[in-house]
Design a binder for this molecule. Structure first.
Ligand SMILES: *Cc1c(COP(=O)(O)O)cnc(C)c1O
Length: 401
């Protein structure tokens, strides 16, 4: 509904300014500073003349909640601006953004390729549920672009990859993916949740669609679930039409919390990047830590490509402790500040143990095949002072014995 003027006007501003102002009308309801929460399910036509104005497209306005809401639109406008995208569509979760996009773009008899270290539920959806609709899939090894090219068939429509990936923070080579996309005329979709638009702009590398779980850094406060899809209007509108029928709409209050979280997005990311590097380097030097996975470390297998494609490396660090499962548990149980919880990207530091949390349903053998070993931990460095995070980690490491 909003005129797409603000974006051009603010394109040369710093992201630190954009997160505060862009996407928002200068004059808001009741002269409030903040974007109001328009908590309504439907919108009133005062007279029948207004219906005609609306249906003949002479006047842009809202009609029903599933088709749009002013608080949602402000958040979408802000996110489109940050990513440098033509348009943005919000969803009630990251998985909702992904599943709606896949179902909107793929039909029975078509084929999708994704990498083997994709988010667990993304893999689950593609391997377990898409075949029910007659949609085929191939899962190829992350970083093996020859295997990926061999997997491309006449009916392949989508290549999907995350970058960075979970939990080893592998980086997709966006240039190689773009070349495959061009050569075979498929759509290229990147889940950029771990990078955020602060650290990576996949659209600048020729990617078609970018998605995020806004539950993580974009919301940033461990208090909402939301999903984002960004890209060219033609493609996003196709997904939007599908969302109109399927649902998976974000509610206005959640949009407000997302807008509120985004105001500090740039300063939070600056801190996550800075503290992530400090904590990763500290962990790498610690005798009880066997290995650290962080793209900002020269020891990471994709450090060079990460440096080419990314501005910073965020707050997620995976590491292997030098110890038994019992010692890993002693380490976790001794932490006083860092919470044991899934998710990442919020102001509070969180740590998770993939083997006993995300992957407890599968056998040890299957877990090990996925690289989810018993002494692996994933830390999300929050915005606390890095020395306090280190002090807490030190406390846990001492308790391992
Ligand atoms: C969390 C996450 C998702 C799913 O997002 P939800 O908001 O939890 O539905 C998808 N991809 C990645 C990379 C994630 O980290």
């Amino acid at each position: 509904m909003s005129k797409k003027k603000t974006r051009k006007k603010n394109a040369d501003q710093s992201m630190f300014t954009q997160v505060v102002h862009t996407g928002e009308k200068r004059r808001k309801y009741a002269d409030s500073i903040t974007v109001p929460i328009v908590q309504t399910s439907s919108y009133i036509f005062q007279k029948t003349g207004e219906i005609k104005e609306f249906t003949s497209r002479r006047r842009l306005r809202y009609e029903y909640g599933r088709y749009g809401n002013p608080t949602e639109e402000a958040a979408e406008e802000k996110l489109a601006h940050l990513e440098g995208a033509e348009t943005c569509l919000l969803f009630d979760s990251g998985m909702s953004a992904l599943t709606t996009t896949f179902l909107a773009l793929l039909s029975s008899g078509q084929h999708i390729i994704l990498t083997d270290d994709s988010y667990k539920q993304t893999l689950n959806f593609c391997t377990k549920f898409l075949p029910r609709f007659g949609i085929e899939y191939s899962v190829t090894r992350m970083g093996d672009y020859e295997e990926m090219e061999e997997a491309i068939k006449d009916n392949t429509r989508v290549i999907f990859s995350e970058s960075p990936t979970n939990p080893y923070l592998n980086i997709a080579n966006l240039d190689k993916l773009r070349k495959l996309k061009k050569k075979y005329g498929v759509a290229l979709i990147i889940d950029s949740t771990f990078a955020t638009p602060y650290n990576q702009k996949p659209l600048e590398f020729g990617v078609d669609l970018v998605m995020h779980s806004a539950t993580k850094y974009l919301g940033g406060h461990n208090d909402i679930l939301a999903g984002v899809l960004l890209g060219k209007k033609k493609m996003v509108d196709k997904v939007k039409e599908y969302q109109f029928a399927k649902g998976g709409i974000i509610d206005p209050h959640c949009c407000y919390l997302l807008l509120r979280g985004l105001k500090t997005f740039a300063i939070r990311m600056e801190k996550h990047n800075e503290s992530g590097q400090i904590v990763a380097e500290w962990l790498e030097d610690h005798p009880r830590v066997r290995r650290v996975y962080y793209p900002g470390l020269p020891s990471h297998q994709h450090h060079d490509i990460a440096r080419e494609q990314m501005k910073g490396f965020g707050g997620v660090i995976s590491f292997e402790l030098d110890g038994t499962l019992g010692q890993v548990n002693r380490f976790l149980d001794r932490l006083q500040m860092i919470y044991i919880a899934p998710s990442f990207g919020g102001v509070e530091s969180l740590i998770m143990h993939p083997a006993s949390m995300s992957y407890y349903q599968i056998s040890r053998k299957e877990r090990y095949a996925l690289g989810i070993i018993d002494n692996l931990l994933r830390l999300s460095v929050g915005i606390e002072h890095p020395q306090d995070i280190i002090a807490d980690l030190e406390r846990g490491l001492r308790a391992m014995k």
